[in-house]
Design a protein around this ligand. Structure first.
Ligand code: RET
Length: 237
């Protein structure tokens, strides 16, 4: 069904510009980097903001939006968010896991949980009754909590065996992720997707834009700020 972009497009354009500037900044900074391990962090982080810039552009121009019928009400759903998150959240976790020096099993567990979380979140967004939407939201939130448990447990343990500088950078980024990621399901359920109509689409779009910019560009700026720290990251075993 056709859907058009409303006044919330201002936030989507700010998101597009923010993600583009973030990408250009990381590309500019990464150009002179010769260290292979550090290049890895740059490549991953540049993909994160590039994908987000493209999906924000898709949403701002009306491609990334559709309508879903819930009962007899038409709901505007920006599906491009889920396409963005499906690829960018695993990449964010990969950045964190490489920093912590996690092994392949831990990385696979984290990424598996994450894809499950975004997949079930997308089903929640397209489900056609309030009851099933909330049920899928709860399943997705369960995956998020499990994922954060792995971040606080195994991954933090891995990070402790790195140098103190790397461990401290990991700690800062991990706390940022815990704080910001927990807000996504809250905005979703309060917003139009939750169908309770507490947060209108305009403000929901603004909130997701601020969260996305902080979780991607903010995260990347903190991660890539210190060459001397990233050079010390040990290779996973
Ligand atoms: C949804 C809805 C269903 C419940 C949960 C969600 C979680 C989303 C998260 C998204 C994180 C996005 C990031 C983007 C980067 O810019 C899908 C909203 C739990 C955690 C970090």
């Amino acid at each position: 069904m056709a859907a058009t972009v409303g006044p919330e497009s201002i936030w989507l354009w700010i998101g597009t510009i923010g993600m583009t500037l973030g990408t250009l900044y990381f590309v500019g900074r990464g150009r002179g980097v010769r260290d292979q391990k550090m290049q890895e962090f740059y490549i991953i982080t540049i993909f994160i903001t590039t994908i987000a810039a493209a999906m924000y552009f898709a949403m701002a121009t009306g491609f990334g939006v559709t309508e879903v019928m819930v009962g007899d009400e038409a709901l505007t759903v920006y599906w491009a968010r889920y396409a963005d998150w499906l690829f960018t959240t695993p990449l964010l976790l990969l950045d964190l896991a490489l920093l912590a020096g996690a092994n392949r099993n831990t990385i696979a567990t984290l990424i598996g949980l994450d894809i499950f979380m975004i997949g079930t979140g997308a089903i929640a967004a397209f489900a056609s009754t309030t009851g099933t939407r909330i049920a899928w939201w709860a399943i997705s939130t369960g995956a998020l909590l499990t994922l954060l448990y792995v971040l606080v447990g195994t991954l933090s343990e891995n990070a402790r065996s790195q140098s103190p500088e790397v461990a401290s950078l990991f700690g800062r980024l991990r706390n940022l992720v815990i704080l910001l990621w927990l807000l996504y399901p809250v905005i979703w359920i309060l917003g139009t997707e939750g169908t309770f109509g507490i947060l209108p689409l305009y403000w929901e779009t603004a909130a997701f834009m601020v969260l996305d910019l902080s979780a991607k560009v903010g995260f990347g700026v903190i991660l890539l700020q210190s060459r001397s720290v990233l050079e010390r990251v040990a290779t996973p075993t």
